[in-house]
Design a protein around this ligand. Sequence first.
Ligand SMILES: [Zn+2]
Length: 408
Amino acid sequence: MQDTALYEYLLGLKTPWKVARVELNVNEQHVDVWAEHPDGIVWGCPTCSRELTLYDHAEERVWRHLDSCQYKTFLHARIPRVQCPEHGVLQVLVPWAEPKSRFTLLFERLAIDVLRQCDVSGATRILRISWDEAWGLMERAVRRGQERKARKVVRRIGVDEKAAAKGHRYLTLICDLDKGTVEHVAEDRKQESLEEYYKGLTKKQLEGIEAVAMDMWEPYIQATAARVPDAAEKIVFDRFHVMGHIGKAVDTVRKQEHRELMKEHDETLKGSKYLWLYSRENLPEHKRDEFDALMRQELRVGRAWAIKEALRRLWHYVYPASGWKFWKKWYFWATHSRLEPIRKAAETLRRHIDNILTYYLHPVTNAMSEGLNSKIQKIKSMACGFRNTENFKTAIYFHCGGLDLYPC
Ligand SMILES: [Zn+2]
């Protein structure tokens, strides 16, 4: 077998393309392959497929292909141009690459596989491509996936904010809670951030939304109320965020009490911060005695903690009527506790209670996308080189978008 025939086979070249010449450069460790076509071929207009004769050739271009053993391999060709009466002078499509790509289809497929498995700098070393080339490949893959994505109804969505970088730049993430994919990433956490997602949906998609899990965050509430039909019945304030609010109040009680005790040189609460953040069953075995001893001292923080723990029962009810009854009892207890931070947190919950208890209709939480969260955390931690939020967004869509990334 001649080397030209071998490369025709390896490259999977289709007629009319043939390998004209192969050059091996041992010093630089690369193989160059030139593809050509015979005269008299009929080409299709890339836009309308109209059959046309050759007009001229574009300048020679180079595509990176899969390595031949350890040798980087490059395909060279001059792409024919046609003159379509309707679309003008255009380059025809070549079977080995997508328009404007500097890589062959097979190389792109491999690159996507590698990029999915490791971080960008690792992929650049394995594939021997540059940082910018790697990001270019990811962006193209994401764009391809998004163009192909069918307009389906996402029934249950979760809206969450993510700090994009130090210095409090936020992104808004909209997730499909059933599939565990990120549907949309928007800058900031304003009303417009979430509305940007809703605006991109069809009427049918908007009507198809059954539940939206979110934090009690006014801009998200406003955006959903403005765009989603019957939003009042569909917004579900995420229970973990709700518990987070009350947990913060417990911590405030602890801080105040600790400060007062320390004035009397009483170190009872010193170093106890994390103890109060646990729920009863998550308290580590070796901390139990210490915790029980504190609870016996009738501290204010102990009462605050007990009120917080009790609230968790709210999500155990099946019947809304029983849930409401429990809520009223709890609210009375919290607001008569003489613990100001707890009273304040209870007031916040009261203002939002209707959409906390929509949970009985739609038992959704943002924790359904917990797996997703840890994935995004990983993307962030390996993102030593996110030079901008654009790259962070691309990486989220690439790894969590559930998109079909491969070229055809
Ligand atoms: Zn045409």
